[in-house]
Design a protein around this ligand. Structure first.
Ligand SMILES: Cc1cc2nc3c(=O)[nH]c(=O)nc-3n(C[C@H](O)[C@H](O)[C@H](O)COP(=O)(O)OP(=O)(O)OC[C@H]3O[C@@H](n4cnc5c(N)ncnc54)[C@H](O)[C@@H]3O)c2cc1C
Length: 328
């Protein structure tokens, strides 16, 4: 190799825009707390895949695992069955997603009471979307928005309640400010944590945290991370849910349509870079959209320093504080 006589590469490294140069993890830095999201599968084969994923990720001792609720409440029975089986057969703490769509307040309250009676203590409270992508219309006797559902759940029992947040603003919100006001209403109504829609640029989340802090929101806002191995599918879904797809992401997957193994490796690298930037910025909790597939998430968790072991009762100390200082 010939060394260039010009100092340009070093100059560029020292002064140019950079993506990385993250603080290395050292022994004193606590791994982050994780949570994993699963969805209720439709077939027996996919059900087997779900439970294999659960078993693979269980030793990572996540703070909780959540199970989604299909559009329009279409998976009510299956969500309930998975959540109660998680409670009965695993060491995991399950959280049940619950939505307002297509049900009266009484019906939703009954589902919530059934969860409480079964021993489920954590609900992810959502408005939900209409089946088939129809414009949202509240049920005439239902909870209209997630904030109303949170208030209803609070009246039923002492649930831990998580809600959704949108770093790039919910597509139906009147403005970013109105959407933040809505997040505050959900927290004021009794939610204790927000989990975000996925995003691809770490900066998007960090800017959102700043805006939330400036708006006086102090509850934890946990970044939702979706490792992407199927770019076409992710791009389609992102267009529907308002997550922007950076121009650099598509080319990462070019030419790999028939090469799932390489796509998975690329997916880990992309998501690992994203979470490492967040970790270096002091983020110590991550929520992973697993899509019922464990391997990408397991690898990314490993890179973050998470190893199989007993559950952590408290929040981990971050590897680095915002501002770039490494934690003592
Ligand atoms: C972490 C996470 C998990 C999810 N899990 C599921 C799931 O399991 N099942 C499912 O079907 N969907 C799920 N979703 C998708 C979610 O249901 C949709 O994004 C839905 O469109 C909004 O739900 P929300 O709880 O954020 O709604 P809300 O907080 O009620 O907000 C919905 C929209 O209405 C606006 N708004 C709120 N209150 C008012 C008001 N009083 N007047 C006018 N506008 C108002 C808000 O600004 C926002 O634009 C999830 C999303 C996330 C981020």
């Amino acid at each position: 190799m010939t060394l260039s006589p010009s100092p340009a590469p070093l100059q560029r490294w020292l002064t140019g825009p950079r993506f990385s140069a993250l603080p290395a993890r050292d022994a004193s830095c606590q791994p982050p707390a994780l949570s994993f999201e699963f969805f209720p599968p439709r077939t027996a084969a996919l059900e087997a895949q779900l439970w294999a994923a659960v078993r693979r990720l269980e030793p990572l001792a996540p703070r909780f695992v959540s199970v989604t609720y299909g559009a329009g409440g279409s998976t009510q029975q299956r969500t309930h069955a998975i959540v109660t089986r998680l409670l009965a057969e695993t060491t995991l703490v399950p959280a049940a997603h619950l939505t307002c769509v297509g049900a009266s307040r009484g019906e939703v309250d009954d589902i919530a009471r059934a969860y409480w009676d079964a021993g489920v203590r954590h609900i992810v409270a959502l408005r939900g979307d209409m089946p088939g992508g129809a414009p949202y219309a509240p049920h005439p006797q239902g909870y209209a928005y997630a904030a109303d559902l949170v208030a209803g759940l609070r009246r039923i029992a002492d649930f831990e309640i998580s809600v959704a947040a949108y770093p790039e603003t919910h597509p139906a919100a009147l403005s970013p400010e109105a959407d933040l006001d809505n997040l505050r209403r959900k927290l004021d109504a009794g939610a204790t944590r927000a989990i975000t829609q996925y995003f691809f640029e770490a900066e998007t989340f960090l800017r959102f945290l700043d805006r939330a802090a400036a708006a006086g929101i102090t509850a934890p806002i946990v970044p939702g991370i979706m490792p992407v191995s199927n770019f076409a599918q992710a791009a389609k879904f992102s267009a529907m849910c308002g997550a922007s797809v950076p121009t650099w992401l598509g080319p990462m997957f070019e030419g790999l349509d028939d090469d799932p193994e390489t796509r998975r490796m690329v997916a880990v690298v992309v998501a690992a870079e994203q979470v490492r930037v967040l970790q270096a910025s002091g983020i110590d909790e991550f929520h992973f959209y697993t899509l019922n597939r464990p391997d990408l998430v397991y690898a990314i968790a490993h890179i973050l320093g998470v190893r199989p072991g007993p559950a952590r009762p408290t929040r981990g100390l971050p590897c680095a504080a915002p501002g770039g200082d490494t934690a003592a």
